[in-house]
Design a protein. Structure first.
Length: 276
């Protein structure tokens, strides 16, 4: 019979950058145990049904399906979030949006908005770190709104709410001290769309026109009508788009325009403050 150790030692995932980690996550799920269990009991022999579940999950990963979709969950910030195929998988680089928002604004009560919330990752991370903040997350996809609501309820974060809206369409008359967004920003012809995990993610959450900036342009144009004086707009974008996004912010009248770097040292988000 195969043991935990032999299964992990024999894993073959040639297209994965993290084959051992992938295998551990998938095996732990099949066993209904934590990853630490795998290291504590390497000689354990999984039951036939558990082994079959693991092999099926491994086959999905070999076909390129993201581990997060196979598991149905993904870690972001300090939170464990449910994910689904109709939402973008939260990524560590997006945490710079959370870090920057926490650094720019006080912990006192405020209204914040997360545009294109998906799983609710950004809104829920901010709600978790700032109990006095009231966060609103919106998404045009009803199933994504339901998923975010479920994540918020499971995490018991009552200071985050979610609603259906295509960007600002359902937010007439509402103003916020903080607007954050990780919008689609990949160019339609970008070859990376046919590579890796993004092959399985919804194109509507990834692609934004010929240059990838269509949605960012719209958000920057419409955001002032929904920002309080002195409010901040924080946008994630591609690592080669920082200069273009800063120019768009400046042209629209934002001040204190700047870009921040992600974990890989790339300019990943740009920020601007609406004048007082």
């Amino acid at each position: 019979m195969a043991t935990i150790q032999s299964l992990l030692n024999s894993v073959e995932l040639p297209d994965s950058p993290t084959p051992r980690l992938d295998a551990e996550l998938l095996l732990a799920q099949a066993l209904g145990k934590s990853r630490s269990y795998l290291h504590t009991w390497p000689e354990h022999e999984p039951a036939a049904a558990q082994l079959a579940g693991y092999q099926a999950a491994l086959a999905r990963r070999r076909a390129g399906e993201p581990v997060a979709y196979i598991l149905g969950r993904q870690g972001f910030w300090s939170l464990e979030l449910d994910v689904a195929r109709h939402t973008l998988i939260p990524r560590p680089d997006t945490e710079v949006l959370v870090e920057t928002a926490l650094a720019l604004l006080p912990a006192t009560p405020l209204q914040g908005l997360d545009l294109g919330t998906g799983t609710g990752a950004i809104a829920l991370a901010l709600a978790c770190e700032r109990p006095a903040w009231q966060m609103t997350g919106v998404d045009r996809v009803a199933a994504a709104v339901a998923l975010a609501q479920g994540n918020g309820a499971r995490l018991q974060l009552t200071n985050a709410r979610f609603a259906e809206s295509c960007w600002f369409s359902a937010l007439a008359g509402q103003r916020f001290q903080l607007i954050v967004s990780n919008p689609p920003y990949i160019a339609a012809a970008d070859p990376h769309l046919s590579q890796g995990d993004v092959r399985f993610e919804p194109s509507s959450a990834l692609v934004a026109g010929v240059d990838g900036l269509d949605d960012i342009r719209l958000i920057i144009e419409q955001a002032p009508a929904h920002l309080l004086a002195g409010g901040w707009l924080l946008l994630e974008h591609g690592f080669e788009q920082a200069e273009a996004v800063r120019e768009l912010l400046s042209r629209r009248g934002f001040t204190a325009v700047d870009s921040r770097r992600d974990l890989g040292g790339h300019q990943r988000i740009s920020v601007g403050q609406w004048p007082l």
